[in-house]
Every structure is written in C-alpha cells, then in structure tokens.
Design a protein around this ligand. Structure first.
Ligand code: BES
Ligand code: ZN
Ligand code: ZN
Length: 474
C-alpha cells in the first residue's frame, strides 16, 4: 500500500539528498565522511531507535528515469533489512521534478519490490509494504493523489506483464495465457473474446493457424475491447505477439538461445497490461487489443522452409525461415483488427528480431512508423514513461527485400535489415492505417538488470508507453 500523507507517522524513513545539499550539514560528521549524496549511494543510520535510510540523488538533472531508480533502490534496501513500513520524504524530488514525479516515485517503489511467482514447494508468503509519501504541499496534494491512483493501476499492468513473461512455457500454454488475461481484466469494463483454433481455421487465418498447428497446444486469438469514448470513431488497435514458446520450428534455435523462448509473448502481455490500466483509470479513449497466441514447435503439421501459405487478408506468404513466426501470426491479427474491429490506427509490439538486440541492446527498443503525427504522439508518451525507443527508417529498397518470386510476400529478408524488414512485413497487412511497430526483443527481458527498477527476467516493457500513448488526445 502506498499513501500520500501530510506528515511522517512511521518511525522508519527514507530521506533523499542531492550532492552538496544544504541539508547534508545537519548530518553527523561520521556519516558525512562516507555519505556524499552521490547518485544511488545509500546508508542506514540509527536515529533515536529508528532506522533512517539516506539515499543520494547525485547532481540535479532532468531524466525522470532517475527518480524511478532512486525509489526502487530505496525500497530494495529496506526490503533487504525486512523493513516493510516506512515513510518517504519526497520533497527534494518534487522540488526538482514537479508533482508529476509521483508517477516515477510510485512506479519505482512498486517495481523495486517486484518478485517473480515462485514454484517452490514451501513458498514464502509475499510481504505487503506500507509506504507513506510526505513532503507535498497542500495545494499539490489532490493532484499528487490522482497521479498515485493512476500509476498504481499502470504498475499493476506492468507487474502482470512481468508475471506472464516470467512464467515457464509449461505453465503458460496459449490457452492458459488467454485465461490469465480474462481473469486479470474481469473487474474492468473490458469485454473479452477468445477465438479458438477451429474457428481460426474456418475463418481462414492460415498464418496464425499455420504456425500454431505445430503444437498439440492449439493456437487462439484473444480480443480485448475497451470503449471508453463511445462518442468517438477513433479506435486504437493494439496487436501483441503471443508466442508462448518459440523453438524456431524446423529452423530450430540453437540450445543456448532456447532459454529465452518462454518470453516470446511479451508483446501480448504488454498490450494486456496497457489496456487494463486504460480501463481501470477510465481513460476517455477506445482501444482494442488483439493477441494471437500459439507455440512454434516441430511436428508433422509444422511449416517448412519453402512452404507457401495463405493469410486472413488473402495474401500468400512464402516461408523463408520457420523461426520468423512472429510476423506471420501478427499479420493475421493485424488484418483481423482492421477488418473486424474497425481500428483507425495500429500499434503492434513484439519480441520480433535478434537484429534489434544486436543494434540497440537491452535498454532501447526499435520503433518503425509510417505516420509522423502518430509517432510524435508516441514520442511524447515515452518521454513521460521514461522508456527508450529509437525510430528506424524505411524506404522502397527495404520493401524489395521481402518480395517473393512465388508469393505476395516472404517472411524473411534476402538482404539483411532484419528489424526493418520484419516490421515492413507486418505493415503489408495494415491496409494503409497509420501504423507504429515496436520491436522489444532486447528490452522485454534482462539477464543482468540495467536499472534499479528491474529484476532478473521480464521487464514489463511497453506497458507504460502504450498506456500513455492511448491517454493522449487528438
Ligand atoms: N522471437 C524471436 C526473436 C527474438 C530473438 C526474441 C532474441 C528475443 C530474443 C523471433 O521469432 C525470431 O526468431 N526471429 C528471427 C527471424 C529471422 C529468422 C528472420 C531472428 O531474429 O533471428
Ligand atoms: Zn522465432
Ligand atoms: Zn519468436
């Protein structure tokens, strides 16, 4: 529980200090010898039988990501000492970043304590934290409380996305994923529909069915509808890749890279988390999430390199590589969203290419967009969320790279540019709607956390930025 209060009531507390902070002088000489307020420096002191945690903010700067890190760091330190109830004087943060920083404070504090679901026989009960934030002026309190409530819902979405991505493949088959989502959004205004394998086949979803039929655990298509603004025709389609296990199929992945195969539904998890937060916060907007779910395995029903399949849109696809399955299932999901859900703009998000990891690493995701206005909105959104994206270019020559001699399009480039061409493959199904593509193959998962608010495993990438994008007006 996190609350905003007028003054400190808990005996344990967190205090933030900038480098060369005037308030540092109030500390004892002994403490000052080691604690300089440098960024993320921490020290516990005992003051009248209560523990105080001092956290260094470093030199002033404008990167709000730092606020998230500071709060995550503080909470982790307290957790390590098994202190679950404490106050936090956030005045120095609000002074520097304004009352909006409540978002980052809350996100950091919650994510700092995130723990994976645990399958041990004797699992420990999760400990509840009780955190009081103080140091906000009376005039700003109302606004601060609004940010608090809003952010708590968003962070719930982030934690849900992390939970899903962290689940082992054998605990999350395509239909389990669908059921988890239905359960997660059940108390919101979101209407859910799960289209099962037989129906997918009947509808002609040859791309989704083509990949998903490789497994005994059948594919499905999850649709989540949130109409928070019935007076508007605008509907944002949020399409998220939901491959619950990606072995590569006949183009089998090497053993070493198989460990990551369970996280291949991070895009689907991200759109679920985001639409949940939209509904929970009753945001005035319309969004429909479409999540194609399946496994990519080896069986007699699996696709083979060189195969030609159809798709929901009617286009034929030549299979260059069975490991490029994400774009296939997303193609059908995108067509479904355009044709059946009347979406007016499209965002797709996926752990799509190894190439984006090689290019941008684990802290920056790739973005491709064919509409500057749409991208500017997204840019503004991820400035608020603090996530990092980098827009990649595309030209006619890139479209040529996925041309096929025997089909309308090919699922692999014949000339490099793996991230751009993967995106353009999906765009070929967007039917001219403004389209934004996010490749989170690098950012959805961290083996060695980069930021304090991350822990080993899933990051929940995309949830906050998609949420903010949908909050933006016309
Ligand atoms: N899910 C993978 C992409 C991926 C790679 C995610 C690394 C997370 C970490 C995707 O389905 C895939 O295998 N893509 C291939 C495409 C290629 C065969 C054209 C890739 O990037 O190697
Ligand atoms: Zn793959
Ligand atoms: Zn994949």
């Amino acid at each position: 529980m996190i609350q905003i209060v007028s003054q400190q009531t808990k005996s344990e507390e967190v205090l933030f200090y900038k480098e060369e902070d005037e308030r540092l002088k109030e500390l004892s000489e002994g403490v000052l010898k080691v604690f300089k307020g440098s960024y993320l420096q921490t020290i516990f002191i005992v003051d009248q039988n209560a523990m105080k945690l001092l956290v260094g903010m470093g030199v002033p700067d404008q990167d709000k990501l730092h606020v998230k890190e500071l709060c995550a760091k503080a909470v982790k330190e307290l957790k390590a000492k098994e202190i679950q109830e404490f106050s936090m004087d956030i005045e120095p943060i609000i002074k520097e970043h304004g009352v909006e920083a409540i978002r980052d404070i809350v996100e950091g504090a919650v994510l700092g304590t995130y723990e994976q679901r645990n399958f041990e026989e004797k699992k420990e009960e999760k400990k509840e934290f009780s955190i009081e934030l103080y140091g906000i002026s009376e005039e700003q309190k109302m606004e601060a409380k609004r940010y608090l409530t809003e952010t708590l819902a968003v962070v719930e979405g982030v934690c849900f996305a992390r939970d899903m991505v962290n689940l082992p493949g054998n605990k999350l088959r395509p239909k389990d994923f669908a059921k988890e989502i239905v359960e997660f959004v059940k108390d919101t205004a979101i209407k859910t529909e799960m289209i099962e394998a037989d129906k997918l086949k009947e509808m002609g979803m040859q791309a989704l069915f083509g990949v998903g039929d490789s497994s005994d655990y059948p594919p499905c298509l999850m649709v989540l509808r949130y109409y928070g603004d019935p007076s508007s025709d605008k509907v944002t389609g949020l399409i998220g890749k939901g491959v619950t296990c990606d072995t590569g199929g006949y183009c089998l992945k090497p053993a070493a890279s198989m460990l990551g195969i369970k996280g291949d539904m991070a895009g689907g998890a991200a759109v679920s988390g985001a639409i949940y937060a939209l509904a929970k916060n009753q945001i005035k907007t319309n969004a429909v999430a479409v999540i194609p779910m399946c496994e990519n395995r080896i069986s007699s029903g699996s696709l083979l390199p060189g195969d030609v399949i159809g798709s929901y849109a009617g286009k034929t696809i030549e299979i260059g590589d069975t490991d490029a399955e994400g774009r296939l299932i997303l193609a059908d999901a995108v067509s479904y969203a355009v044709r059946n859900e009347k979406v007016t703009e499209l965002l797709d998000i996926a752990t799509l290419t190894g190439a984006v990891v090689a290019m941008l690493g684990f802290s920056i995701a790739g973005a491709i967009c064919d509409n500057d206005l749409f991208f500017n909105k997204f840019h503004h959104a991820y400035e608020i969320s603090g996530e990092r994206y980098w827009r990649l270019p595309f030209y006619e020559e890139h479209k040529k790279m996925i041309e096929s001699k025997i089909a309308d399009v090919r699922n692999m480039s014949n000339n490099g540019c793996g991230t751009i061409t993967a995106g353009l493959f999906i765009r070929a199904f967007a039917e001219e709607k403004p389209w934004l593509h996010l490749d989170i193959a690098g950012t959805a998962w961290v083996d060695s956390p980069i930021f304090e608010f991350q822990s080993v495993g899933a990051t929940g990438a995309g949830v906050t930025s998609i949420y903010q994008l949908c909050c933006e007006g016309e």
